[in-house]
Write a protein that binds this ligand. Structure first.
Ligand SMILES: O=C(O)[C@@H](O)[C@@H](O)[C@H](O)C(=O)CO
Length: 499
């Protein structure tokens, strides 16, 4: 268990002590030149108790208690000040030789638990990782996400470095925003440019469609690939006319977009950016030949990717274990892992939460070097805490989640069997946490986070959010422990060595 102190830290001034109810985070104690501070929480808000003098003291905004004492709220403006003085509070790129794991934090509360467990393993945390879908469903901004991660780093006294991923970005305006905000990783989601109708077309239809492409483009691809065999990654890949047409039709628009984004934004950035390309959130399973084609073409166009996420055979649905034949998956993954090694980037595994049966296979074929993304599973652990402590609220939210499931499902590809989920009135309060072990109930909760936490009553007041967050505040330590266990299970199953 982690040490928690209430009201006893000598740094806290009388005025703030009288009403009591503080929680001090001892690991946050930080000193810089003539200024030192410690983080504390009161009424669910976090602050820095700052003592000393000098530029850092002066720059932090807040309530001045005396000449050398200040209470600085853990807000955005102060985060920017801290970023200037303590470099480890800024996200950083890790390149392609360090295993990384994205631990998306939809609530802005999970990073302390993530740091606690991940600092014990040879993996770097991408603490700030939210997609536009998550940001809009939760009505959060990219700045909120970065603020939460930076303050968690301070709270935990963690100086080992973390990343920030502008996840599943599709639009140029979002890419620009993410880079301007200071994200260190960018995941370009090319799904809108992948022509999923192509695998459904006959060879003749593909040929006809191909002939409609500009001659210059066809020549470009034919010169580089037609009837050429590539001996690479332990495979022999030949692009006969049929194979080439298939790949050009499927991926050439996506490739143009990747090249454009790389040249316009990644190359021009004023710092290192971990650039990831994602071709996974589409209906089309990425054939190893296609993965090779995309990677080779990126090289030909001078694009340096740090990681690439193909869509593997079988299904990586959110919040549940791998769905499909594991033997087929191993054969498929081994080929993709070899291609990634050949082109010198990390294989990226999206929707990586809870894929426990697939993890040993990932570890084996990537030699332990990969990027893995999780997000919703961290929210589900928060729901588990709620189920343990507030059965009434859990029941109300569970019912609401089911009633509003269709609107949430529109955002995600999941296929839960709703009929198999036990009805609420058959479940005792003590059994409620069991819903979080039921793959079908997990998926319903997994995608309804936004619907639930932005729900309003007739007067426009939030239905669940205030009470939900009040519970999370009260059971902060339990949430931390829950994440330590759950993400710890991911790290162990992924066979990541301890430090
Ligand atoms: O829910 C989202 O939009 C994201 O968290 C995910 O798609 C993310 O990219 C992921 O793969 C997490 O497992």
């Amino acid at each position: 268990m982690h040490e928690t102190q209430t009201v006893t830290n000598p740094l806290l001034n009388e005025k703030y002590l009288v009403s009591g109810g503080y929680k001090v985070y001892p690991k946050s104690y930080t000193k810089n030149d003539k200024t030192s501070f410690v983080m504390f929480k009161k009424d669910a808000e976090k602050y820095l108790f700052v003592k000393g003098s000098g530029p850092l003291f002066d720059e932090l905004e807040g309530e001045t208690l005396s000449e050398d004492t200040k209470i600085a709220p853990a807000n955005h403006a102060n985060r920017l000040v801290l970023n200037r003085y303590f470099d480890y509070t800024n996200p950083r790129a890790f390149g392609n030789k360090i295993t990384t794991m994205g631990v998306g934090d939809r609530l802005g509360l999970a990073s302390p638990g993530h740091i606690d467990i991940m600092r014990q393993y040879q993996v770097k945390p991408i603490l700030a990782q939210q997609s536009i879908r998550e940001l809009s469903l939760m009505e959060r901004s990219i700045y909120d996400v970065l603020d939460a991660a930076s303050y968690a780093v301070i709270q935990e006294g963690y100086t080992g470095g973390f990343g920030a991923d502008g996840d599943h970005l599709k639009l140029e305006e979002d890419i620009k925003l993410a880079l301007d905000a200071g994200m260190s990783m960018l995941t370009l989601d090319c799904s809108d440019y992948i022509r999923n109708e192509v695998p459904e077309m006959s060879v003749e239809e593909q040929e006809a469609e191909y002939n409609k492409l500009p001659e210059e483009l066809r020549k470009h691809y034919e010169k580089a690939y037609l009837d050429k065999t590539f001996e690479a990654a332990g495979m022999s890949i030949t692009f006969d006319r049929e194979e080439l047409i298939y790949n050009v039709l499927l991926y050439s628009d996506a490739l143009n977009y990747m090249v454009h984004i790389y040249n316009e934004y990644i190359k021009k950035a004023d710092r290192e950016i971990d650039f990831e390309v994602s071709i996974d959130e589409t209906a089309t399973v990425t054939k190893p030949e296609s993965h090779f084609f995309v990677a080779q073409e990126l090289i030909n166009e001078g694009v340096k990717v740090n990681s690439l996420a193909p869509r593997f055979i079988g299904e990586f649905q959110k919040g549940v274990d791998y769905m499909g034949n594991l033997e087929e998956f191993e054969i498929d993954l081994a080929k993709h892992a070899n291609i990634a090694k050949y082109f010198d980037y990390k294989l990226s595994i999206h929707s990586g939460s809870d894929k426990f049966s697939a993890f040993p296979i990932v570890a084996k074929h990537t030699d332990g070097l990969f990027h893995l993304k999780t997000a919703g599973t961290n929210w589900l652990e928060a729901v588990r805490v709620l189920a343990n402590h507030n059965p009434k609220l859990f029941r109300e939210m569970h019912k609401y989640a089911f009633d509003h499931f269709p609107e949430a499902q529109a955002y995600y590809h999941i296929t839960p069997d709703l009929d198999s989920i036990k009805a609420l009135d058959e479940v005792s309060d003590e059994e409620l946490p069991e819903y979080m072990n039921d793959r079908n109930a997990r998926q319903v909760w997994h995608v309804t986070y936004g619907v639930l936490l932005t729900a309003v009553d007739e007067e426009g007041n939030r239905l669940f959010k205030p009470d939900f967050f009040a519970n999370m505040d009260e059971f902060e330590e339990e949430y931390r422990e829950s994440l330590v266990g759950h993400i710890g299970k991911h790290l162990e199953t992924l066979q990541i060595p301890k430090v």
